[in-house]
Ligand binder design. Sequence first.
Ligand code: ATP
Ligand code: MG
Ligand code: MG
Length: 783
Amino acid sequence: MARQQTLMGGFAKEPGKEKDEAKSNNGLKEVQNGKLNTQGQEPASKKRSRVIIDDSDEEEEEAKPQPAAKATKVTTKPEELKKPSKKDEDESMEDKTENETDEEYEEEEQEAANQSAEKKRDGEAVKKLAAIFVKQAPTEDKASWKEGEAVPYSALAEAFTKIEATTKRLEKLEATTKLFVKVIQLTPQDLLPCVYLCINRLCPDYEGLELGIGEGLLVKSIAQSTGRDVARIKKDLEAKGDLGLVAIGSKQKQPTMFKSAALTIRGVFKNLKEIAAMTGNKSQERKIGVIKKLLASSNAEEPKYIIRSLEGKLRIGLAEKTVLVALAQSVVLAGKKGKELASESLTQELEKGVEIVKAVFSELPTYDLVVPTLLRAGVQGLRKECNLTPGVPLKPMLAKPTKAIGEVLDRFEGKPFVCEYKYDGERAQVHYYKSGTGDKAKSTIQVFSRNSENMSVKYPDIVEQLPRCIKEGTESFVLDAECTAWQKADPEKGLPARLLPFQELSRRKRKDIKVEDIKVKVKLFAFDILYLNGKPLLHLDLASRRALLQKSFEPVQDEFDFAISKDLTSSEDIQSFLDESVKEGCEGLMVKMLEGNDATYEPSRRSMNWLKLKKDYLAGTGDSLDLVVIGAYYGKGKRTNWYGAFLLACYDADSESYQAVCKLGTGFSEEALEAHHKTLSALEITTKKGYYDVGEAKPDVYFEAKIVWEVLAADLSLSPVYSAAKGLVDHRGISLRFPRYVRIRDDKDPEDSTAPDQIAEMYRKQAVTHHGGGKGDEDDGFW
Ligand SMILES: Nc1ncnc2c1ncn2[C@@H]1O[C@H](COP(=O)(O)OP(=O)(O)OP(=O)(O)O)[C@@H](O)[C@H]1O
Ligand SMILES: [Mg+2]
Ligand SMILES: [Mg+2]
């Protein structure tokens, strides 16, 4: 059966998708041959549809979609942050010198607790779960379907209902693991779509297919499928605030005429993919057609989850990292029965499994390869076969903000570090690999954004320029670099070549770009290398990686260079290097640990081993924030035609909710206000979304959460009005004082906006700095 062979998520056999399917099957074939190598694959060149400023006539459902569980960071529970165990406390007390301040104690305890919290939490969860599984083997649970049959969607909806009903991570993990175990035992080919539905995604980010269907279209679909008026549905939506619930309610009001075939996991997943891929003429009607069918066949809680999946927000509190832990555990558990489960070593085996799956996934973040390999070769096989592979972008390492040079020196405590220019452009992860031999040999260059979006279409000039900087002997690589707007020297006017500000870069078109038409030239500044000639380099320290980087590439005028760097130690030298970087058009410096275990590359982590020191740090909050526009206030006086101010929010990945953080009305030029009005008015929605937590804020209109803005503030304060980071520092939320608009961040998705715990950290740090000095705490990135 064709369907059963397409483990890789390529169920659809529609015209125009053969390439994808070939790619998927190709990946599968290679995995089955016991060799994992995506190098023979075609580059994924599908582009994500995005909202573009000045392009607001795009249809609603074509707007930039937002997947739900795209958690890219860990939010450590506040109670775990604040209360290190008694033992930890005792141990850390021993090291302290007399003259350290209380704030420093707190900061250090917090840092230590934070660093190990995630590991401990996973370890404990695994132990507790093992105990549960020993008592009641998940492998012996009854399933609602038979071996080999397509897994019914109801099995997933039931698991979702359990997961949604609890706030305990352990219970969420247990329900997810049990479902996966059954799927592996009875219908393993459905595991991949099952995992994707749990994280509410359709494919890896770099393939660019996303959910996030607009409210209007969903309302219409519900109306048509249940024979109710659009106006009534909207009324219900205002009352209930959740389209999922509205869908269930509407179905209950509908007379049941005949019973249609039950939905299956693979069927729903295939339909979601089809809907997301529909574009162009009549796509709106076609989408409604598929959604209507899905709703017609759905029962009980199913319509709720279908609608929420389509919206792009599942909101059952199931973070991707929990799904990944469940995946690892279920693979370990699936083959075990009775006695084997009771064995002492089960806990260790589960812990090891989780560790391996997480480590491998951070290097090769694609379920399309990880899931089939796990099914075929188990956890041990996964470690052997799956590694960082050019063609599959990894989540970049991120930096911690600092407020003063003293803080940088404190952090590195005499260990060697390097200061580099912090270029103000766009992050570019450049992949290069060769495939085929002889006449068929070809090399592929791909440029990925910080969101793993394929930017090769936006930057055909990088693709064209790149081969010139590659030295002989460099056969394959993954580079970490910043792509900046660049002005060539003008000898006639006597002007030297120079960096251009970020705004110039954002003027570039995103689609249909021809190299000859490009006005804004770009230059690439490489600062790291993650893979070279067939070998991943993540585990080497930065000093070694840098040496390899410099050995393998050469600067090309106006096209490619290494990030300018200096190994400095004194604060005076750092200060003058910072001033110099700013004079050259940079944002400041990046300061990085150079040697030892703390200098490895940590994918997706906002690490203490990379610090950013920006020119405008020295006053204010230390860093700008990237916030989502969720509402607006009508303008007065000169601004009557446009919005006068906006309601901004941060994104909390754990609760999949947007938390209001401030009202913003300054920093805009008239042109900017006009352009924002054009973009945002197309995103207006009927009522506040259930997942917007706005506290006491009362904007005049709400928007779909799509647009991210960079914002600066004088400082942060506790607020009875706004809900951001509520409970992390205080029972009140945190708000920005004197916020001002800086620019649009179209390289960030709403889910990549500043997180509540970053805001809490900025607030705490500000309080500490008022007392002089103090360290930030480690953020565990995705993990
Ligand atoms: N030498 C460098 N080393 C590392 N990153 C650099 C360097 N020069 C410029 N960058 C850029 O700086 C970014 C980190 O600082 P920045 O404040 O711009 O982050 P951001 O994109 O706003 O994200 P966030 O604020 O979430 O960290 C990197 O992601 C990278 O794009
Ligand atoms: Mg930047
Ligand atoms: Mg930033």
